[in-house]
Design a protein around this ligand. Structure first.
Ligand SMILES: [Fe+2]
Ligand SMILES: [Fe+2]
Length: 250
């Protein structure tokens, strides 16, 4: 079974380390009146993740299945989850719903959300943030849990290895290391650096998150605003070719 860690009240990190990729894949489950799973995980991990979720809630009660963008580790097992949880609904950006999710993946029409909308799950509420091309893909979005100031940040703060579930030490160095390594191989240009990159990271920093719940690597607890400013610097350093025109700084 995947490893379970409560990273904020009622928010559980469900993690599997995939050795051939030297990478953790985490899903996050919020236990509330209307439970929410963020990221489904890829197909190969489904049995272990399902077992972990079933140890925390009644699977049939799973209500919301959220994700950032259309990619295997984000939403690849949406149909499987919707089969075991007959009342569950995908929740994603309106772009995701209209362009891909309803047509290609969801068993039932998704809840397409627009920027700034709120999803109430019971005692918790999530601010929906449309973040096109951050971390990547047109339909990208993130969720911000307002009570504990937790940012469900998908691929942002990606770290390699089988790190500790939660850390208060900086994660920027680890993130820089893996992104730099990826630039040397077939996974180069993992994230675009575009006109939306720095304004989006600046906007996320303004939320002052206390917890950064990343899909790959340790959850960071600390000064989330500073970490997001630092991440913008790493993205500039790694993804902007030397000699490019200078960009807006945050
Ligand atoms: Fe991704
Ligand atoms: Fe990912």
């Amino acid at each position: 079974m995947a490893q379970i860690t409560e990273v904020a009240s009622d928010l559980f990190r469900i993690t599997t380390f995939v050795e051939p990729f030297n990478l953790q894949f985490s899903q996050f489950l919020l236990r509330d009146e209307e439970p929410l799973l963020f990221h489904t995980g890829p197909r190969a991990l489904f049995p272990g993740v399902k077992e972990a979720v079933a140890s925390l809630i009644d699977l049939q009660q799973l209500r919301w299945i959220g994700f950032s963008h259309f990619e295997s580790d984000e939403c690849g097992t949406l149909p499987e989850w919707q089969t075991v949880a007959p009342q569950s609904m995908a929740v994603c950006s309106m772009v995701g719903k209209l362009v891909s999710v309803d047509d290609c993946l969801a068993l039932r029409p998704a809840k397409g959300m627009t920027d700034g909308e709120v999803l109430q799950t019971g005692k918790y509420r999530f601010r929906f943030l449309a973040t096109p091309h951050v971390p990547h893909c047109w339909e990208a979005a993130l969720l911000f849990e307002e009570t504990h100031r937790t940012l469900l940040c998908s691929d942002l703060f990606h770290q390699g290895g089988d790190g500790e579930p939660v850390t208060q030490s900086e994660v920027i160095g680890r993130c820089r290391k893996v992104l730099t390594e990826y630039q040397q191989g077939p996974l180069a240009n993992y994230m675009p650096y575009c006109t939306l990159t720095e304004p989006t990271l600046k906007r996320l920093a303004a939320l002052k998150p206390k917890t950064l719940a990343t899909m790959h690597g340790s959850v960071y607890v600390g000064d989330g605003a500073q970490a997001l400013h630092d991440l913008a610097g790493v993205f500039r350093e790694v993804f902007v070719p030397p000699g490019s025109p200078s960009t807006i700084s945050v």
